[in-house]
Ligand binder design. Structure first.
Ligand code: DX5
Ligand code: ZN
Length: 221
């Protein structure tokens, strides 16, 4: 399976975001990971739909919108209209509203013709999202607690990657996108790929690298 890299623009200089996005395309990125934070589900506030809308015309790459927000259902329209290709929502944010909220939100995303995905934090068993695997285009396993770039990869997540891939195979979706987010580096990417992840998010490892293209190639393997 081809590995895809989704550099996170959270690590970019927000004052020159357009340039950063164009540079990522030239350096071989496959998707652009957009970390949306609301100051409530996670401490920081980053950006909303307007950012997605503004970078949309600057790249042909898929825009992978990771919503780290409360009440995600209320925001789907804005990100879909802005041109998101994939929208992912947190199990934790949804489940505290109601047991059906995650499924309903994924359905809402799909109703806009946008690919959808469920996210679990490092301390949540991946089995919690098995009931929605079939409706997900992608599942995202956090390998750090959401909120900040530049954290260390939590090694216990490796086992969850294997479980997620096994389950994808079991339901007849062997090629399903399994995305890892947080602490991905040129050093640990090979092991993450070997465990069964095929979409790797990387913020600091890409933006902090002296040679962005070389870092991207190494992470993709
Ligand atoms: C964390 C974000 C991640 C993270 C990635 O809340 O969802 O996308 O910033 O950054 P690095 O690769 O630096 O861990
Ligand atoms: Zn993210």
């Amino acid at each position: 399976m081809q590995t895809k890299i989704a550099p996170s623009i959270l690590s970019a200089d927000f004052s020159v975001m357009g340039e950063a996005v164009k540079k990522l395309g030239l350096a071989g990125a496959d998707m652009i990971h957009c970390d949306v934070m609301d100051g409530s589900f996670v401490e920081p506030i980053t950006f909303g739909g307007q950012m997605v809308k503004n970078i949309r015309p600057l790249t042909d790459l898929k825009l992978d919108v990771h919503l780290m927000i409360e009440h995600p259902k209320t925001q789907i329209k804005f990100f879909a209209d802005a041109g998101a290709d994939v929208i992912t929502v947190h199990y934790g944010a949804c489940n505290k509203i109601s047991p059906d909220y995650l499924r309903e939100t994924l359905e809402l995303i799909k109703s806009y013709g946008v690919a959808c995905g469920a996210v679990v934090n490092p301390d949540v068993p991946v089995e919690k999202i098995f009931p929605v695997f079939e409706m997900c285009d992608l599942v995202l396993l956090m390998s750090v607690f959401p909120g900040y770039g530049g954290q260390k990869f939590i090694p216990e997540v490796m086992d969850k990657i294997r479980k997620a891939r096994e389950y994808a195979v079991k339901i007849g979706r062997p090629e399903m996108d399994i995305e890892i987010d947080g602490g991905v580096t040129t050093e640990n990417a090979a092991a993450i790929r070997a465990a069964g992840a095929n979409v790797l998010v990387a913020g600091s490892a890409v933006f902090g690298a002296p040679d962005m293209r070389a870092a991207i190639n190494k992470i993709k393997g």
